[in-house]
Design a protein around this ligand. Structure first.
Ligand code: ZN
Length: 188
């Protein structure tokens, strides 16, 4: 499965694309004012850190001893969207979709990962089914946890390099698209 670095980048990239789409789609001035107020209040860096955190959040289940199950499912994505939309003061749908995209990106990246330990993959369709799913064509290398071995550190360095090479260009492109869309929807 990918490292937290990949998940943080994935969370930012996926949510930026939703922000771009929703900022162009929001025609109502009141909703736009709310989006502007949210952005002004969080600031760009804190906002990006929050989205990156949402991208990493599903792996909190490592602490619970039930890795890659409930928190790695569409059910959890719906729950995150409902909570985010519920606590948003307005523009609830945009906030819910943005949070869902950041959190849901984790599922996509893990599905595209390498998982040698059974059950392979993630419980993507819970609560509809408890089956685990994994892509046949992995993009990301597994994370080695035999930290006492030098080969393990070499392997993880290679895995992170691959993630950065694949995801940094995508994330930068998504940031540029979101910035352009926000500017276009708020002409001075
Ligand atoms: Zn995960």
């Amino acid at each position: 499965m990918p490292t937290p670095i990949a998940h943080a980048l994935g969370g930012i990239a996926a949510s930026c694309l939703i922000v771009a789409g929703s900022s162009l789609a929001l025609r109502k001035p009141a909703s736009r004012r709310v989006m502007e107020a949210v952005l002004a209040r969080t600031g760009p860096w804190r906002g990006l850190a929050g989205l990156a955190g949402l991208g990493v959040l599903p792996d909190v289940d490592l602490l619970l001893g039930m890795h890659r199950s409930v928190t790695h499912s569409l059910g959890a994505v719906f729950l995150v969207a409902a909570v985010a939309g519920g606590i948003a003061p307005a523009a609830r749908l945009s906030v819910a979709l943005t949070a869902a995209a950041a959190f849901g990106s984790h599922l996509l990246l893990d599905w595209l990962g390498t998982d040698p330990s059974p059950p392979h993959g993630i419980m993507a369709w819970w609560p509809w089914t408890n089956q685990f799913y994994l892509s046949d064509t992995p993009l990301f290398m597994r994370v080695c946890r035999e930290y006492w071995s030098l080969d393990c550190w070499r392997h993880n360095a290679l895995a992170v390099s691959r993630e950065i090479a694949l995801l940094v260009p995508v994330t930068l492109a998504a940031l540029l698209v979101a910035r352009g869309a926000l500017r276009r929807s708020n002409p001075l």
